[in-house]
Design a protein around this ligand. Structure first.
Ligand code: C2G
Length: 131
């Protein structure tokens, strides 16, 4: 059985998130998703996600293409997560192209193209206009 592992914040879930998860799932038989913690987002972006980690975990887990979720608490623990969750393939969006090639000694590393024209930041700006 081929296990695919991917990571992301998945805040305010949108079509770009769904598409990359569905395409990642098609590369194997099991899709496991590391959802970044609130603390990790605060340290990376200086603000917490709109949806707290407990809800983001629950939302991502509810998708038909997702088999398992876990909390990604540190960017430095990628290798550990890949081993713990027995990943055969690591999938990342191509905004991360080349950044994870170092893990190709333990799994295949695959970058998928992102969906153009949609982002959580853009959605939040749109909502603000109507608020
Ligand atoms: N994505 C996409 N198309 C978009 C927006 C996002 O395909 N229009 C993909 C990203 O490339 C990523 C996934 O959806 O693979 C999740 O995106 P984010 O929630 O923005 O994740 P990010 O903050 O990049 O977290 O350890 C890595 C981090 O956890 C990645």
């Amino acid at each position: 059985m081929t296990t695919v592992l991917t990571f992301g914040t998945f805040d305010v879930l949108h079509i770009g998130h769904v598409r990359i998860l569905e395409r990642a799932a098609q590369l194997g038989q099991r899709l496991c998703v590391g959802v970044s913690s609130d603390a990790l987002n605060i340290s990376k972006k200086g603000r917490p996600p709109v949806y707290p980690e407990s809800e983001r975990l629950e939302i991502v887990k509810a998708l038909r293409c997702v088999d398992q979720v876990f909390l990604e608490e540190s960017l430095e623990q990628k290798r550990e997560y890949l081993v713990t969750y027995a990943a055969d393939i690591l999938v990342m969006g191509d905004d991360w192209r080349g950044r994870f090639d170092e893990f190709s000694d333990i799994c295949k590393v695959h970058y998928l193209s992102r969906t153009n024209g949609v982002s959580t930041t853009q959605i939040l700006a749109e909502i603000r206009k109507y608020a």
